[in-house]
Design a protein around this ligand. Structure first.
Ligand code: ATP
Length: 366
């Protein structure tokens, strides 16, 4: 009987629970045993109670619960070979040789590294006398499948990551609340949103709420000049009778000299314009709450596809990452997707902003 493990890793995202539910139930449906790995890679390294066989009922009500019930963590030990050796041992003694990881690019990179090292880890477990040749015989290869769980929508080769639309929904709702009070007092608000190197949440929430101005890392404004541009746009809108000003700042916002643009920087400019200005940093509410229907659907379809991929992937095929392109659930080579994602950050760092934007676009068009 095939034994599959599922884990959530890195930053939590709404929809991770529905993804785990889908993997557990699809796994059972296809005749597999499914284990939940608690606390991300820590669960693999520590083993024991952190590896739990899941029944159909264990994931009941997961669809409508936010966060991730099996926990997530950042695990330092797994970054070291020693940690991955212990993880391999724990998997083999539990009979597990397939792992579905729902996380961001870091988690998926770690998963693929684990897979490529697997034969040598197994060899070492035998040569050090921890396991016998007979014990490791059925576990010569590790199958890895990636599900992208991240509110940032920062992964290439997929149109949407699990959690991004829930986060966008939450941000838009919060900005609506802010707008109501802003309009009442005729105030300006600088709203800081998450997204690190990726401006998707900033851009799309700005679009969804009709923000006056948006700062995202992929389209940095001119250093020393953006202040005037911001003033011009906001005054123009005010002169047309608008009683509120909303500026969205992605947490990774920069100018074209790579200087960070902070909410405080933006506030100063608006105050200079004579506007009564407040800053709202949305923070972790952006991660919280239940997943919107889109993320539940995405997580469910992709979770089922991940189990199918486990059953169909051979040692010769690259590890797949489950994506969605033009409304179709697809398998993409995991390593390529991670590489493409990293190249966007590299392009920004080398001030090649057009390339960064094109790379983001091509990830949408591919
Ligand atoms: P988010 O996008 O929310 O930050 P992430 O998956 O990118 O999610 P990371 O903190 O980068 O988050 O990675 C989560 C965990 O994955 C790490 O704590 C570590 O255990 C493992 N990991 C990440 N990168 C590697 C790597 N290069 N080698 C081995 N393990 C890794």
């Amino acid at each position: 009987k095939k034994k599959i493990a599922v884990m959530t890793s890195g930053g939590d995202a709404p929809g991770m629970n529905p993804a785990v539910r889908a993997v557990v139930r699809a796994g059972i449906y296809y005749g597999c045993d499914v284990f939940a790995v608690y606390e991300g890679y820590t669960g693999l390294v520590e083993g024991g109670d952190l590896l739990k066989k899941m029944g159909w009922e264990d994931v009941r009500s997961y669809l409508s619960e936010g966060g991730t019930n099996i926990g997530t963590a950042r695990c330092k030990e797994f970054r070291q070979r020693e940690g991955r050796l212990t993880a391999a041992y724990n998997m083999v003694i539990n009979g597990i040789d397939a792992l579905i990881v729902c996380g961001g690019d870091g988690s998926l990179t770690g998963a693929d590294l684990f897979r490529s090292e697997w034969p040598s880890l197994i060899e070492e477990l035998v040569s050090s006398g921890k396991l016998t040749t007979k014990e490791v015989e059925p576990y010569k290869n590790l199958t890895i499948v990636g599900l992208v769980g991240s509110i940032d929508n920062d992964m290439s080769s997929t149109d949407a990551t699990i959690g991004a639309f829930s986060s966008l929904e939450r941000i838009s709702e919060m900005v609506d609340y802010i707008d109501a009070t802003a309009k009442s007092h005729s105030r300006a608000f600088v709203v800081e949103v998450m997204g690190r190197h990726c401006g998707w949440l900033g851009l799309m929430s700005g679009l969804s709420t009709g923000a006056d101005f948006i700062f995202i890392p992929e389209r940095p404004p001119k250093a020393g000049k953006w202040q005037d541009d911001l003033k011009k746009v906001c005054s123009r809108h005010r002169n047309k009778g608008k009683r509120k000003t909303t500026v969205i700042v992605a947490e990774g916002a920069i100018d074209d000299e790579l200087n960070p643009i902070t909410s405080e920087d933006v506030k100063k400019v608006l105050v200079d314009l004579g506007l009564d200005t407040r800053i709202t940093t949305l923070g972790h509410v952006q991660r919280g709450g239940t997943a919107v229907a889109y993320d539940r659907m995405l997580a469910t379809l992709q979770g089922v596809e991940a189990v199918r991929a486990v059953l169909e992937t051979t040692p010769d095929t690259p590890s797949p990452m489950i994506g969605i392109l033009e409304n179709k659930i697809v398998r993409q080579p995991l390593v390529e997707a991670v590489k493409l994602t990293k190249s966007v950050a590299d392009a920004i760092e080398s001030k090649n902003f057009n390339k960064a934007m094109n790379l983001r676009d091509s990830s949408f068009e591919e």
